[in-house]
Ligand binder design. Structure first.
Ligand SMILES: Cc1cc2nc3c(=O)[nH]c(=O)nc-3n(C[C@H](O)[C@H](O)[C@H](O)COP(=O)(O)O)c2cc1C
Length: 210
């Protein structure tokens, strides 16, 4: 059922962006087309079912993240995956104390865009290219997730809350290595219907110089 819903979403987004692989054409889909289709159809998902991401699938997503390039192959990241409801609820309560209006958002269940699974990405405070490398890891994780029907959303807004005094016990639970700082959180989960938007892209931002 979930897969059928996902394929229907992929097919409709693919039609919108002019991709060539649809459910019926899937067998003809080349490797190249599959990668491009995954990139072009991924959108930030901001509402999820309550079912945590299957841990086997999450392990594959994590592995795909670790296969991202990094400067001098330093792999300067630390990733912590959380699907413990008490953690997610605890941080949500702290976020609501910071900003009570959060609760007014339609369909609000938790501070992580209602995701049941969250990955916290950290890098060394002092690092040659840690932030950049973590960005590459993050995108690998989000694209591999999408190729499996799992939605995601980068959440920069989580970081100040996680770094607040009240959230200290949760930050400590992440067991980050000494000298590391949280870079971003990524929400993961199975998308609810109508949980994405179609933000436009400005293709004029990149061009050839002759
Ligand atoms: C570093 C970073 C931080 C982000 N923080 C948030 C956030 O706090 N909340 C949110 O809803 N989306 C957040 N986003 C998602 C962006 O809003 C989204 O990627 C952008 O609007 C493009 O939409 P798309 O991902 O659907 O293509 C973040 C994205 C990045 C890369």
């Amino acid at each position: 059922m979930r897969i059928a819903k996902f394929m229907a979403t992929i097919a409709s987004v693919a039609a919108m962006v002019g991709c060539c692989c649809t459910e019926t054409q899937n067998t003809e889909c080349s490797k190249e087309q599959a990668v491009i289709e995954t990139i072009m159809t991924r959108r930030s998902v901001r509402n999820y079912t309550s079912e945590p991401v299957n841990r086997e699938q999450m392990a594959k997503i994590l592995e795909c993240g670790m296969y991202a390039p990094s400067a001098m192959n330093m792999q300067p990241w630390a990733v912590r995956v959380v699907d413990a409801p008490d953690f997610i609820e605890g941080v949500t309560n702290i976020a609501i104390e910071h900003n009570p209006q959060l609760k007014e958002q339609e369909g609000f269940h938790n501070f992580f865009r209602n995701a049941p699974t969250v990955a916290f990405i950290a890098c060394p405070v002092e690092s040659y290219s840690g932030e950049y490398d973590c960005g590459l890891l993050s995108e690998n994780m989000m694209l591999s997730a999408w190729s499996m029907g799992i939605g995601s959303c980068c959440l920069g807004s989580v970081i100040p809350v996680m770094n607040s005094e009240a959230a200290k016990p949760y930050l400590e639970r992440l067991q980050l290595p000494e000298g590391y700082k949280l870079q971003v959180a990524i929400a993961f989960g199975y998308p609810e219907p109508n949980s994405t938007k179609e933000p436009e892209r400005d293709l004029a931002k990149g061009f050839y110089i002759e």
